[in-house]
Design a protein around this ligand. Structure first.
Ligand code: URA
Length: 440
């Protein structure tokens, strides 16, 4: 047989043909090992972006990327290990609430998370605002913590799906991020390598999400479910709104404080509602409860009994976090400049552009402008008004937490442009558009 050549595989995809499993494996292995250079991988990614991939090709790509490094085996820990993944949003601190909530119900949660990406925050950055919390765990530490405590959340380790790390960095600078098969295989390769077998995908749609339309979000969710099932995992998806930030807090330690409020029975209702939706789906997927309603009832009980909060404390302290800070969240990093943003007019809040709020938090220093920047865990934004709320002129729309006055001024200007007002109450935003597969 003639040996394969990268240029022929690029040409085949450029012309719209379906690649074989062997061709996809050849390409992924060649790029990961350095035999295929960046320029050929970039041309191939662009061909995939323009021509698309069948579900079979996307599955082959995912499995090849998952097998490019270490595959974590969690099957000895429990029959089902749950994981969740959000496609990225603003104010999305769901993991901080859902992981201990679900673990306190007896379903172990083992999760690897990422850092912030552009305007959208990352769980690892949020957790690092807790002094002492260790995000870097070896595989044996990860498994040990899961076995002992039924919950672990660590940073994505670099030897899991290294092919994805390489492809993602390349896509970021070659305008090839926005391809549904490439996004699906990127996310699922990491989930499959991380070992959990009951995976809930929280697919965000709207102004503050990668997916701007419901159709695109549905296509991404369907493809990720198909891929996960082909790899022998149980997978379900929630398609949830990201047209305004989730909850009120945006910024690392502010989001940790808000998650603590929810676990202590307070906190914004949209965030609680979202956590109950994602958490009950995890319980159903792993066979712990037969229906979403029963799952929800279990979770509400775990919140009101204090079990979820105790699990949170157990989890964070087992990973090195300072107990004194959890008991008094005011000891989390806090900002020196705290200012309200008054509403320039009276009316109803008609829209809050989530992406603009995320960008403002990056201006304050809560996210990175470029790779490797250090972030300020203390800064961010706390919304006082959400879509549908009535507001008087000069009443605060939000509170800014900053450490530098120049950054505060820039964020203030950016945030005013994020709001839209109306004279009559706007129609309520849909929170969950769809659950796939449809619940029974
Ligand atoms: N998140 C990922 O992990 N990969 C993508 O391609 C996009 C978002």
């Amino acid at each position: 047989m003639m040996s394969m050549r990268a240029v022929d595989i690029i040409a085949k995809k450029r012309d719209g043909a379906e690649l074989s499993t062997a061709e996809i494996e050849f390409f992924v292995q060649g790029y990961t090992s350095g035999n295929i250079p960046d320029y050929q991988a970039a041309a191939w990614c662009m061909a995939v972006l323009l021509r698309g991939m069948s579900a079979r090709e996307a599955t082959d790509l995912t499995l090849a990327m998952a097998h490019s490094g270490h595959m974590l085996d969690l099957s000895g820990v429990a029959e089902h290990i749950a994981d969740k993944h959000s496609t990225g949003g603003v104010g999305d601190k769901t993991t901080l609430v859902v992981a201990p909530l679900v673990a306190s119900s007896g379903l172990p949660v083992g999760k690897m998370s990422g850092r912030g990406l552009g305007f959208s925050g990352g769980t690892v950055d949020k957790l690092e605002s807790i002094p002492g919390y260790r995000v870097e765990l070896s595989h044996s530490q990860f498994v040990h913590q899961l076995r002992e405590h039924g919950i672990v959340v660590a940073a994505q380790s670099s030897d899991l799906a290294p092919a994805d790390g390489k492809f993602y960095a390349l896509r970021d600078v070659t305008a090839t991020v926005e391809s549904i098969p490439l996004i699906a295989s990127s996310i699922m390769s990491k989930k499959i390598a991380a070992g959990a077998n009951a995976i809930v995908l929280d697919v965000k749609v709207g102004s503050g999400a990668f997916m701007k339309t419901l159709e695109a979000a549905r296509e991404l969710a369907d493809l990720m479910i198909t891929i996960g099932q082909a790899a022998g995992r149980r997978v379900a998806a929630v398609i949830a709104d990201m047209n305004q930030p989730l909850g009120c807090a945006v910024g690392n330690s502010l989001e940790v404080q808000e998650a603590i409020s929810v676990l202590q029975g307070n906190g914004p209702s949209d965030l609680l509602e979202h956590c109950l939706t994602v958490g009950s789906l995890m319980l159903v997927l792993a066979g712990h409860t037969p229906t979403l309603e029963e799952g929800r009832a279990v979770l509400i009980h775990k919140l009101s009994s204090g079990a979820a909060w105790h699990k949170f404390v157990e989890w964070i302290t087992a990973q090195g976090g300072d107990l004194a800070v959890l008991e008094n969240p005011l000891r989390l990093p806090h900002a020196s400049l705290i200012e309200e943003l008054p509403s320039p007019r009276a009316g109803y809040i008609a829209a809050i552009d989530a992406q603009a709020v995320g960008e403002a938090s990056v201006l304050l220093g809560a996210g990175r402008e470029k790779k490797g920047d250090t972030i300020d865990h203390a800064v961010g934004i706390v919304l006082r008004k959400k879509v549908g709320d009535a507001v008087e002129r000069k009443e605060p729309l939000l509170v800014l937490h900053a450490n530098r006055s120049d950054r505060l001024a820039a964020a203030r200007r950016h945030l005013l442009n994020a709001f839209r007002w109306s004279d009559a109450p706007p129609p309520p935003l849909t929170h969950v558009y769809e659950i796939i597969p449809k619940p029974v």
